[in-house]
Design a binder for this molecule. Structure first.
Ligand SMILES: Nc1ncnc2c1ncn2[C@@H]1O[C@H](COP(=O)(O)OP(=O)(O)OP(=O)(O)O)[C@@H](O)[C@H]1O
Length: 491
């Protein structure tokens, strides 16, 4: 098998030589060019596994080559070498289609990591040299045939090929984490870890240690060396979820880690190179956070190189049937899937879904418990028009690891809750109180509201403890509190 061929474009002979020697030592074939014209003629003669170009060349700018290679040699990744601290150049090159960038002075360990990940892209493309075909909808976990979803899937495939940081925006429950996982799955990093971090869920005092790791003895309780999120995601993708919740001091440290591509464990004297693709997500308006001084502009600029917007479900109501089928099939497991009656489907199509796909999942999960003969009717859906709080006011805690589907509403088995007597007492009270006009769904909501409220009060509104007592994940508890308009704290 022939070694991959790399094209180095630089007019500085010393740097060119250093790059050539390093690449040859990696077992690669190297060609070089000292200007744009020479690079163009090389490109016309050979197929390259990677082009590495300086930004300033005697006959033009490296970014021109980035545009040409991205347009004409779509399977050839191109990376740029920028002057130290030149954020603008790096970001514009990434936006123009560069796969990645390196800052001067070029650190050889980073060069090696970058070349390896560029060559993985080539390997991932098959057959060799063919343009990556758009994945069929069935290959994506993002269900939906609406034009926006088709466009979203196509964008994901395109941007999965580069290292450019992606900022995913969208309302809570619209699928931001799912999209981030899909970017990773379509990238050449797919066989390396995907680590999602909820930035709002980490206590500020622990953040540096959680992100960058720590050395044994760095602080009381640091009994062993530990890796942080960056090391854990090395070679793969790190998703910074709810990135707007990062405190300002941590934003400074994160920016440095992104710029330098190095991290230092708490208590360590030296830094280590990390190769991590960053994806960030937030349901907040990050540009507004910058204006309000809550988010650093330089970090915003670094993270927002490519934007990916997840549409709210109400903008793609045509997808509801497909989504519902997929969710019901998953919830039904191996059994015959529960289905929606035509009127129930119409009712869902007329609902605004403030909690987006997550809300649809919860509505269907609950409705399945009420459905007769495997058919969900409108009444089983218990849709509350205008009753939900806007989701952007709700802070969603981290996803529990592979949580089992939640038991539907308070019909959870009493054994999953340590307070069965409370459940029974509440249920008895609610039924006793029920006016003849209240529907079953309203009565059950009332019981659920009372049980959750009492449990929250018993643990002083500590949601983690309340969720545990109720046998729910924190996310499920949040959703139920939102749906039942239960305040977050004692009022
Ligand atoms: N297009 C989709 N197809 C199938 N399932 C989806 C889709 N979008 C979202 N989901 C499902 O909806 C739920 C919420 O998705 P996800 O956690 O990705 O949303 P999010 O935008 O990251 O939410 P949050 O901002 O609250 O963290 C998940 O169970 C996910 O699998």
């Amino acid at each position: 098998m022939t070694a991959p061929r790399i094209l180095v474009v630089d007019d500085e002979a010393d740097l060119r030589e250093l790059l050539e020697i390093t690449l040859v030592k990696m077992g690669l074939d190297v060609d070089s060019a000292d200007c744009l014209a020479a690079a163009r003629s090389r490109l016309a003669q050979h197929e390259y596994g990677l082009v590495l170009t300086d930004m300033r060349l005697p006959d033009g700018l490296g970014i021109e080559l980035v545009r040409e290679v991205s347009a004409q040699y779509r399977n050839t990744p191109i990376a740029v070498i920028t002057a130290y601290g030149s954020t603008d150049n790096a970001v514009s090159a990434l936006k123009a289609g560069a796969f990645d960038y390196l800052s001067k002075p070029v650190a050889l360990d980073q060069l090696r990591l970058m070349v390896q990940s560029a060559l993985r892209i080539r390997k991932a493309d098959s057959p060799a040299g063919a343009t990556a075909a758009p994945a069929p909808a069935s290959a994506s976990p993002l269900v939906g045939q609406s034009a926006v979803m088709q466009d979203l899937r196509a964008q994901i495939i395109r941007l999965a090929r580069s290292m450019a940081p992606v900022a995913i925006t969208g309302e809570s429950g619209s699928g931001k984490e799912l999209a981030a996982r899909d970017i990773h799955a379509h990238s050449a990093r797919a066989d390396k870890p995907f680590i999602a971090v909820n930035c709002g869920a980490i206590p500020e005092a622990l953040m540096e240690a959680e992100f960058f790791g720590y050395r044994k003895g760095a602080f009381t309780g640091a009994n062993d060396d530990r890796e942080g999120f960056f090391q854990a995601a090395n070679g793969g993708t790190l998703m910074l979820d709810e990135v707007a919740d990062l405190p300002l001091p941590m934003q400074v440290k994160l920016l440095r880690a992104i710029q330098e591509r190095r991290v230092r464990k708490v208590g360590a004297t030296s830094e280590e190179a990390v190769d991590v693709r960053l994806v960030s997500a937030t349901h907040q308006n990050l540009a507004e956070c910058v204006e309000q001084g809550k988010f650093r502009q330089d970090l915003y600029y670094r993270l927002n190189v490519i934007e990916l917007r997840l549409p709210p479900l109400r903008e793609r109501l045509d997808d509801i049937a497909l989504l519902s089928d997929a969710i019901l099939a998953r919830l039904s497991g191996a059994g015959t899937p529960t289905v929606l009656s035509p009127t129930a489907l119409e009712a869902l199509r007329g609902y605004s879904f403030p909690g987006n796909v997550r809300e649809l999942e919860n509505v269907l999960e609950r409705a399945m418990a009420f459905a007769n003969d495997g058919v969900i009717e409108v009444a089983d859906l218990a849709l509350k028009r205008g009753a939900s709080m806007p989701p952007d006011r709700v802070q969603i805690p981290p996803r529990p690891p592979a949580a089992a589907p939640a038991p539907a509403s308070t019909q959870s088995s009493p054994s999953s809750s340590p307070s069965p007597s409370l459940l029974q007492a509440e249920a008895a009270g609610a039924v006793g109180d029920a006016s003849g006009s209240a529907s079953l769904v309203e009565q059950l909501d009332k019981v659920e509201r009372q049980v959750i409220r009492r449990t929250l009060e018993s643990v002083r509104f500590d949601q983690a403890q309340a969720a545990e007592k109720l046998g729910l994940s924190q996310r499920q508890l949040k959703y139920r509190m939102q749906r039942l308009s239960i305040p977050q704290s004692e009022q």
